[in-house]
Design a protein around this ligand. Sequence first.
Ligand SMILES: [Zn+2]
Length: 319
Amino acid sequence: MGYSKEIYDKAFKLIADSKKEAERKFSASLEELRGIDTEFYKIELKLAALGSEIIGVAMSGDSKRLEEIQAECDKLNAQKAEKLRLAGLKKPGFYCEKCKDSGYFEGSLCSCVKDVAKRFAYEELSKSLPLNDCSFDNFDLNYYPDSDDKNGNPRKRATAILSLCKQFVDSFPCGRSLLFIGGAGLGKTHLSLSIVREISAKGYGVVYGSAQNLFGAAEKEHFSFSGDSSAEDSLLQCDLLVIDDLGTEFYSSFAASLFYNIINSRMLSGKPTVINTNLSFDELEKRYSPRITSRFIGAYDMKNFIGLDIRQKKALQNK
Ligand SMILES: [Zn+2]
């Protein structure tokens, strides 16, 4: 599962904090019980006194007294347990019985950490993206003209792309990637966000951003020479990377080699990528070199979006 280090750190912290909080509450309740039930308090005092005595007795080798103390402790512990039970108090166990709160099980991350990380990742994505506004269900095919133009029938094309996106989600991660080409306002971002929403709800680590923001963050990190590579690592290692608006970012030799590295590494490790661009394939080739665009052929399902700008159409209808 490819979440960022911050997400996993937060997940581990939440588990540790929950455990501490449960222990704090239990201690406070015990303190309260001692105040209202003097008998309970006396039992605890007797147990403490026997506990101190037992060391000396064990060292002296007085086995008879040792047995007496043991029996007395058993009796007192049973009385204490009964009092706790009546008060409805239970010593907190592990947050996760499976991994005993270590966070690891059978050599890999335990499901408790993964579950919490999944929740955090989804919350963080939802904070920054309009995930609730974009779904396959509200992708309105009626905005695409159902008549042939020189590029074909926009509605048929959009219907096929929608079904490809659903397939992409259903078979994720199958190793295939998507490249959406087309002008602004043709639904590329809507479908990408719908994919992000579905894939992150499945529990995969998704990184989404404009090429400008994603490459910019990695470039800033690289030239800060801090040794931190978490921005670049997350681009290479997340389960799904969605790059929006490729071609609008500031072009630098760093960005070009980063982009090549992203495409190549993710392809080799079978990690899917979704790319949106307003540039045509020829323009992509000119901007990023055939070395990069040749990678698209074969590993990417390339789709051209056609039709009229939906945002303009919606605005006109609302007037
Ligand atoms: Zn666990």
